[in-house]
Design a binder for this molecule. Structure first.
Ligand SMILES: Cc1cc2nc3c(=O)[nH]c(=O)nc-3n(C[C@H](O)[C@H](O)[C@H](O)COP(=O)(O)OP(=O)(O)OC[C@H]3O[C@@H](n4cnc5c(N)ncnc54)[C@H](O)[C@@H]3O)c2cc1C
Length: 438
């Protein structure tokens, strides 16, 4: 059995530690933050997330899905709020049982860390910030509150998120390391809709709420305490943007114009807007994700994506499943295992990055249109009429474990066939009408 150092006990770090611990490996998991169970907030990140089939599968494999999903709230479709306050509900799938689940980030993080700690061969060290990794020796350097520490192992896994220190060491030391980061012009800010006085939800609980406004949007996911966490995705700069919100009046006016039905449910809007940070949205692509048998990257450290498909964590969890399988398949050859994992995941992570950006345009712009709703109805009709043959893209990404790249490719083919068929049908109908008229 090997000795692993994992850097980062976020969502994927905790889960991967559990997977490796189960196999009998020695695991030391280092986290720069304090223990989340001591009441620390996972700052600067979303309060809740949508977990779906891929993420749930990864939790099931380690036997913690039921516990993790205990307080999750199923969301069966999109509830679109137009400017007049009118609502339109579009189910995610023709099968009403297929839903995504709103889950609290902090609780899920605690569940995966505790799952890892069930194994006596897993040790978790909080308040250790990794500063650098020596790739050749698999040694990691840390800063703690009062000293610096160095630890070494057979391999170091960077599960330390989008701004990974492990990846930075790889960038410095690996010749021709490919790295690309691109930021959206949009940032995000989290806001709150509190529960009603009787503790109930002030909007439909089992839906993901969207206020699509063409170049920007707000969404809201339900929490178990009756509240909703709203996220406003908006341009950082521009004539109407985060930058132009100089006073409470500006914020009040903007929300009154754009989200009139929500603003009446947001008594803490002005405080939330002022106090909560504005986050940035980055896509990171890099290669390779490993160095010999010594270092490997998992989750956002390898492939951060924008959050519009609700798949970043799901993909990070899927990484853990695949890496675990590869290590199992090549127990004597860790370099091969890392290589197989990278080759299996890289094209899928790249495909997801593109899908996530595409879905931003769909959510903020197209969901408001009748054409979008008609396309969803057509999707559901074809899915029911051609079971197993036609699967809408959203269904493949969210409700199956089909590789992301395969799903994207299959959707392109399906769309082409559907549009050609519709065009031929339209021509036939037109031809018949003309035939009878002439
Ligand atoms: C607004 C928003 C909404 C999102 N919504 C969803 C969603 O609905 N569904 C979904 O699937 N995904 C969603 N995501 C994406 C999801 O949050 C990430 O993909 C997921 O958190 C990745 O997990 P990770 O473990 O790789 O990284 P992280 O969760 O970022 O964890 C990294 C950990 O490493 C630690 N760390 C960092 N640097 C160091 C260091 N130098 N030394 C030691 N420790 C370190 C951090 O403190 C952290 O604990 C969303 C993201 C955002 C920003």
């Amino acid at each position: 059995m090997a000795k692993f150092i994992l850097i980062g006990s976020g969502l994927a770090g905790g889960l991967l530690a559990a997977y490796l611990g189960r196999r009998g490996h020695e695991v030391d998991l280092y986290e720069r933050r304090a223990d989340p169970r001591e009441g620390n907030i996972i700052g600067g990140r979303s309060i809740n997330l949508a977990i779906s089939t891929r993420g749930i599968h990864a939790l099931e494999q380690i036997g913690i899905a039921e516990e993790a999903l205990r307080y999750a709230i199923p969301m069966r479709g999109r509830m679109i709020h137009d400017r007049s306050g009118a609502l339109h509900f579009t189910p995610y799938d023709v099968d009403p049982q297929k839903c995504i689940n709103s889950i609290g980030r902090a609780a899920l993080n605690t569940t995966v860390i505790e799952a890892a700690q069930c194994y006596p061969n897993v040790r978790v060290h909080f308040d250790h910030r990794c500063t650098e990794v020596d790739l050749d020796t698999a040694a990691a350097h840390f800063e703690t509150a009062n000293c610096t520490v160095t630890a070494s192992a057979d391999a170091v896994v960077g599960v330390d998120g989008a701004f990974s220190a492990v990846r930075k060491s790889m960038q410095r030391e690996i010749a021709n390391f490919q790295y690309d980061e691109s930021y959206l012009a949009h940032g995000y800010k989290e806001l709150t809709i509190p529960p009603a006085p009787d503790g109930s939800w002030r909007m439909e609980k089992n839906a993901l709420h969207i206020w699509p406004r063409k170049s920007f949007m707000m969404i809201a996911l339900p929490n178990p305490d009756g509240s909703f966490t709203c996220t406003l995705f908006w341009e950082f700069e521009g004539p109407r943007s985060f930058a132009t919100m100089k006073s409470d009046d500006d914020v009040r006016r903007f929300f009154g114009e754009e989200f009139p039905d929500a603003v009446s449910l947001m008594p803490t809007l002005l405080d939330d807007f002022r106090d909560n940070p504005t986050g940035s949205l980055v896509t990171i692509r890099c290669a390779p994700w490993f160095f010999r048998d010594k270092v490997c990257l998992v989750g956002d450290a390898a492939h951060a994506v924008v959050p519009f498909y609700g798949q970043g964590m799901n993909a990070a969890f899927e990484d853990c499943v695949v890496l675990d399988e590869c290590l199992q398949n090549f127990p004597q050859d860790r370099e091969r295992a890392f290589g197989e994992y990278f080759h299996h995941r890289k094209e899928n992570a790249d495909a997801l990055a593109d899908l996530a950006i595409g879905n931003f345009i769909e959510m903020r712009d197209k969901t408001a249109s009748k054409t979008f709703r008609a396309k969803k109805k057509l999707d559901h009709f074809l899915e029911a009429a051609l079971p197993g043959i036609y699967l809408p893209l959203y269904t493949m990404v969210t409700f199956t474990r089909m590789p992301y790249a395969t799903a994207a490719q299959r959707a392109r083919i399906q769309d082409a066939v559907t549009y050609v068929t519709l065009a031929v049908l339209a021509l036939l109908i037109l031809g018949s009408v003309l035939f009878f008229l002439l």
